[in-house]
Design a protein around this ligand. Structure first.
Ligand SMILES: Cc1ncc(COP(=O)(O)O)c(C=O)c1O
Length: 405
């Protein structure tokens, strides 16, 4: 199916990237092959020279992977997409494509921990400097920009604090400084938020999360707004080599068919979970972008269709109460990752954001007691029952330790 902007996200999720294959299968087949034959030497040479369109070798392109890339590009409203071996492979490729030695990056303080670590370790070795700022503060972003800033990297809502940045304002700053705005849209997915329409140049995703949705694939994607960026990113990905294999591409494409349906359920349950936690005596504070209590609620609702499926909170008893709660859950899984059909709970300071170190975490507002919840599509009552019994365990642990809940 060709790009049709007038279709609703629910319809696009089902039909995007299906394409045309021999025998007209309803679902793109899995082309489980590393390489493709040539008719003769001249045809092989024409393919390599770009004089003829076709497949050569699966690192350079594969029909099953191409179908997924078409789907993601359609959903995000980009010129083209690239499927990568993980979200980090996508972020690495995007940075490598747009940064040279001596360049500077302005990056959200609240980002997935390894994104921060990638800039501070690997890219620092290549002579790229990074400044981390609270990108919910437009003035702070403006002040951090320099003539050598080539990339403004924003995650909104940010992992794990769910701090929200004004994407249109970020795009205006990037434009003024002739930098590229790259947005990590993992937490929202394209059915809830479309950064390219708000002025971003590039979107990155961990496909591992909501897009695949079934916790059985690690993958990533880069979406470029322009043909020029898409061609450049394709070349860089081909050199770096972090591509997504055909079977994984097939699975993510299958997951995308129910993306809109799943996001609706994730968000409908997450807002109820957030409200429930807000009203619970054991809970000190809750962050959910869909609730008016979130500091950037209005900005978020201006640029997104709902608050999404992620909730962050801290218990009155701090770290020990949080540990007791996470050890007591029965239905919710104690595991990192997010965006799957199952509810998962985790502790960012010791898990997903441990690599950042205490200083960077403090800067990003990631307290030691913060708990991150990815609300799944189980029945809401069952999720709440499990959280309540686990909060009870946390309260008993706090009382035992002489802390008040
Ligand atoms: C917002 C965000 N971006 C990127 C990543 C990295 O994705 P992956 O684990 O697929 O490399 C993650 C992983 O949790 C994430 O939460």
């Amino acid at each position: 199916m060709t790009h049709q902007e007038d279709l609703h996200p629910d319809t696009m999720s089902v039909h995007a990237g299906v394409g045309e294959f021999e025998h007209r299968p309803v679902v793109p087949p899995i082309h489980q092959t590393s390489t493709f034959g040539f008719d003769n030497v001249d045809q092989g040479a024409a393919l390599f020279a770009g004089k003829e369109q076709g497949y050569i070798y699966s690192r350079m392109g594969n029909p099953t992977v191409g179908a997924l890339e078409g789907a993601i590009a359609e959903l995000e409203g980009g010129h083209g997409a690239l499927a990568c071996g993980s979200g980090m492979a996508a972020i690495h490729t995007a940075f490598a494509a747009f940064l040279d030695a001596g360049d500077h990056v302005v990056c959200s303080e609240a980002v997935y921990g390894p994104t921060c670590t990638l800039l501070e370790t690997q890219f620092a070795r290549y002579g790229v400097q990074a400044t981390f700022v609270d990108t919910s503060d437009v003035g702070a972003v403006q002040r951090a920009m320099r003539p050598e800033t080539k990339v403004l990297f924003v995650e909104s809502p940010g992992n794990p604090t769910l701090v929200v940045s004004d994407l249109a304002a970020m795009a205006a700053i990037a434009q003024e400084w002739e930098a590229r705005l790259i947005v990590d849209n993992t937490f929202m997915s394209p059915v809830l938020q479309q950064p390219l329409a708000l002025g971003a140049h590039v979107v990155v995703h961990s496909l591992t999360k909501f897009l695949n949705g079934h916790a059985d694939v690690v993958g990533g994607a880069i979406v470029a707004k322009t043909q020029e960026d898409h061609v450049h990113l394709r070349k860089v990905l081909n050199h770096l080599g972090g591509v997504l294999p055909p079977l994984e591409s097939f699975l993510v494409h299958r997951g995308i068919k129910t993306l809109a349906l799943r996001m609706e359920r994730h968000a409908a349950s997450a807002i109820e979970v957030a409200r429930h936690l807000e009203g619970h005596e054991a809970v000190a504070w809750v962050r959910y972008p869909g609730l008016p209590s979130h500091p950037q609620h209005e900005v978020h609702m201006k640029q997104s269709r709902s608050g999404g499926g992620m909730v962050a909170f801290e218990l009155c008893g701090g770290v020990e109460a949080g540990k007791a709660m996470m050890n007591a859950v029965k239905l919710c899984g104690l595991a990192v990752s997010l965006g799957g059909v199952e509810t998962l709970i985790q502790h960012p300071a010791s898990m997903t954001h441990a690599s950042m170190g205490p200083e960077a975490r403090a800067r990003a507002g990631i307290s030691d007691g913060l708990v991150r919840l990815s609300v799944g599509i189980e029945h809401l009552d069952d999720i709440l029952t499990d959280l309540d019994q686990a909060l009870g365990a946390a309260q008993r642990a706090s009382e035992g330790a002489g802390l008040t809940a």
